[in-house]
Design a protein around this ligand. Sequence first.
Ligand code: SF4
Ligand code: SF4
Length: 476
Amino acid sequence: MQQGVDMQEQEQVNIDELYADARHWHVNTGGETIHAMRVPGRFRNFKWFASCLWLLYLIAPYIRWEGHQAILFNIPERQFHLFSITLWPQDIWMLSLVLILLAMTLFGVTAVAGRVWCGYFCFQTIWTDWFTWLEEKIEGTPVQRRKLDAAPWSLRKIRLKLFKHTLWLLISILTGVTFAAYFTDAFELWHSYLTFNAPQVAWVVVAVFVFGTYVFAGFMREQVCFWLCPYARIQSVMVDKDTVLPTYDEGRGEPRGKVRGKGSEGRGDCIDCRLCVGVCPTGVDIREGMQEGCITCGMCIDACDSIMDKVNRPRGLIRYASEKEMAGEVLPPLFRRPRVIAYSTIFLLAVGGIVYGLTHIPPVELSVVHARQPLYIQMSNGMIENKYTIKALNKTSADRHFQLRVEGAPGVHIVGDAGAGIVLESGKMVPFHVFLAAEPAALKGEKMPLRLVLESIEPPAIRMEYDSVFIGPARH
Ligand code: SF4
Ligand code: SF4
């Protein structure tokens, strides 16, 4: 019994030790609105640059390429257009490889540099950044915004809030319509929305996106990362002691204190100005250690560097560093880190598969089915005939003319002119039947292998082959 109590106490102590740091964490679980300051700096600039990459999302559906929309998921016709490339359901395995490639990129980057995706590239944090930038332009600094939120409703407050929410809604509408524009002609879609003739599904897609963007980026902000994002939940298993993360150099910063100069002997470099907390979009105090809410955006680094410049201390009190670096160890090179090697290997295999797929997409899909009922027909003139059902899909962007030939089976020929002047319309699957005929004496056995060749008549040269058999009567 006593032993049980001891074990319980021991367990309690261990748990207490384990969560000793966590008790100091400040994780806003939705009880307050965070109004973060904006401080110029290297990482702020990088974040703006990363934001600009998302402008491509807003522009891409309007780019035309060879007479059609450059990027288009044409679901009714089951085609995915990517500039000159058209992928069909048969090529869907390449999209799977793209997903694997993206996942490995995310895992690899997380292993090396933590949640940089969250901090700089994620649509949630980028859209939130745009929304809060507008909020600052309209309602003022964080202090002014907090005052405005707490103030009773007045004409000025209504005017500012109305203006802000109108702009947020406009961005949300643009985001939603842009998403829908990847699935149909972008210009026609805008026209159909503006004339209220859009199909029901288009209204539903836009409504979902407008609501999601407006609520997630305008109101929930960092709470989406905290409560809804699955990546935020699993990223902890991808980082290790070699992962570089925004880290407060405790040895240099502590003991912290506001007073500088006389009387500050023995103090660390941290002047306890709390600017690093004030700029944090998730409200984290990084000085308490790496925390669940940190999206590794580096804003606290810019903030602290600006303070260090002012107090004439070297920059880097908060910096991107790994746990090992902070402990004085040397960071191993990337190629000696097992996680990085594993993720990179899968990444390269996926890239290889995609490159192979893109360079080997057949311009025409050809399939041939030999008729089973009956396997052959003996005509009144003694000739043996076999029936074949041929399906040809022209995956190029133009209609093309083809001819069909038989190879590898001397004496077997196509009946009539079924093999000549075959027209394959762009993007259409054309099924047709052909009969092959042969003298019984030309047959070398019950089953004679042959090759059906579909060749383009005009340039560019396209040649598709399909191996089949010609079947005759059993020989005894
Ligand atoms: S603690 Fe620093 S790096 Fe982490 S989210 Fe806050 S500002 Fe960004
Ligand atoms: S910004 Fe730098 S100096 Fe100011 S409280 Fe944060 S760590 Fe300390």
